[in-house]
Write a protein that binds this ligand. Sequence first.
Ligand code: ZN
Length: 443
Amino acid sequence: MKALCLSLLALSLPLSAQQQPASPRLQSFTVIRAGTLIDGKSDAPRRNQVILIRGDRIDSVSDAASTPIPQDANVIDLSRATVLPGLIDSHTHIFLQGEDPAKGGYDANILKYPLALRAARATVSARRALEQGFTTLRDLETEGAGYGDVGIKEAIEGGYIPGPRLFVVTQAISTTGGYPLEGYAPELVMPKGAQIIDGLVEARKAAREQLDHGADWIKVYMTHRSWVGKNGELVSQPTLTLQELQAIVDETHGWGRKVACHAYGGIGLQRALDGGCDSIEHGLQITDAQIAQMLTQGTWYCPTISVYYTDWASADTPDGQRDRLRASVHEESFRKALKAGVKIVFGTDMGGIPWSEPIAQEFPRMVDLGMTPMDAIRSATTRAAEMLEMSGQIGVVAPGAYADIIAVPGDPLRDIKALGNVQFVMKAGKVYRSEGKPLTAAP
Ligand SMILES: [Zn+2]
């Protein structure tokens, strides 16, 4: 009876109080003329397309020759550009700034900076990502800034600040001995860059708290530190036990959400797979058996290649040798995973890299290691959307999707570096960059 009463009430309301009827007079259209369209799902680009946008969504995509342009439409001419879906970076840290060791590095961020300063800088990181054409980020933990990512996400969704749509994980989870700050006098109780748990009760409780406070995903550190082992192999210390991880995964999956696992290799990576992680972050050293397990389980791989080429220590030091080994084993793992058909998503670890550097630098890394330019684009569009359970909504230029649209001069299929020169950015039908210039300086 209740449903019937409600529907009668709706009928009796004046038209203005109900949803407005679709009409070109009442709803403004935007039309994008696309010279070349890479839509994120098709195997080949299409020439001379017209994208009709109504509100925050794409209404239609069709051949320019056969498409009448609605009167009063706002026409954006990108007929000399390559138009693509807004890009997705599946591994960022807006609350990190590529901290310079000479200025106190990671620790100073937590020990010295007021949270409001960190939040202010995070808004700049988010804006920079958007201006570079990244209309969605999966931001993989705040590094001691608590639930700040939930707040930034709310500020973006509320229209207070410009930024990408965010999928956030809040604090992330590791164990005692498994995350900085570390190296201080044992008498001092230091703050940590992640939520520390030991044991099954704490593991499940941390996941519950983070999910309750707005985590879209849960992030778990399954390895910590790395060094060169006795036989020249890369070693990384495991953190959570299999049972601790299983408690977190069980809880998180119960909420219908997913778990991202930072895992370099070895025991920790094996526990991540056995425990049912949904995505492996970094995955520096993955064995053939682990690749087979990822295929069977449908595990995503977010490699973040570029960050392992930054800030190498001197070659004659243990850290310098470790840095070089990390990059070389990572390349091999990426090639093997690619060949085997593991589901790979684009991720950078921006924040580990200063936000003043280009996000798109990861694309040529992936292509240099054997990925086709089209697959590299898909890893930052449709594939990432699939991982985020947003297929058809983001990462694609197609009817019904959010109008997240970017444009670059040149042909990224011929030269993937073209994606580092985004000239036009639209997110949910609103333009944030046009003719190369950001329009985001003021909210
Ligand atoms: Zn990271």
